[in-house]
Write a protein that binds this ligand. Sequence first.
Ligand code: SAM
Length: 282
Amino acid sequence: MMAMLGPAEIRDLAELLGVTPTKKLGQNFVIDANTVRRIVKAGGVRAGEHVVEIGPGLGSLTLGLLEAGASVTAVEIDGRLAEQLPKTVELMQPGAALTVVHEDALRVDALDGDPVRLVANLPYNVSVPVLLHFLEHFPSLQSGVVMVQAEVGHRLAAAPGSKVYGSPSVKAAWYGDWRLAGNVSRQVFWPVPNVDSVLVAFERRTDQLGTEDERLATFALVDAAFQQRRKMLRQSLSSVFGDSARASTALEAGGVPPTERGEQLTVHDFLRVARDGWSEGA
Ligand code: SAM
């Protein structure tokens, strides 16, 4: 019995379930076993590990993770797909260690066991919020690899000063280091999406950057800074601190020139302003 899903199996399964892939749920299914194995390899998945997959869909990647010997918890919002997945797995890899959670991934904040890796072909419309949500709620997650829209992947992996550096870049950096791990052809999906995809890998940082209050304060600054990314920080942060004079005081307390723009600041810079500037400027 073949252990992976190809184009014919994916279409047959969709037809069997009466599933017409929806754009709203970002349903573009991988139909290429080589791509699946590439993702599993890029994720560094080892036998016996507990891996969480978000959006297993018809099961292409799930089967790849199980083939590598991982035990998989798969979180799927679509009831028809969540119900079918254990049956598909039982047919193709009997006895494999799979738990399916039928839920919106954004609402999941506890799972049985502590997953150490996150591997997913993420639904494009919610990829960043879902990623940040899981990193926040599952400190056991040490590393992972996700397939996302190319533009989003470049943002996640961007360094300060880059044109695409933005709020997702800084927030992702709060949790760890991110790097691009390769391009993925549109042709490996059904239906073929109208955007390019990339793989992005992350490793969680070993040191916790700050407390929960400091994280919230830092993220509030990041949001304000990038809402008006072309403005100097003393202006873009004026609404947060009350006015631009107070914003300047806060920035200086954090060691950041008030005339700087958000796109120049590392996550550490934002954190210093949140930590040292809040009491000064607010
Ligand atoms: N992993 C499968 C693959 O590679 O073929 C499917 C990937 S498809 C890009 C995204 C999957 O995420 C779909 O199965 C979709 O139903 C599911 N999904 C969308 N939004 C979700 C959410 N908020 N929580 C959990 N799953 C979601």
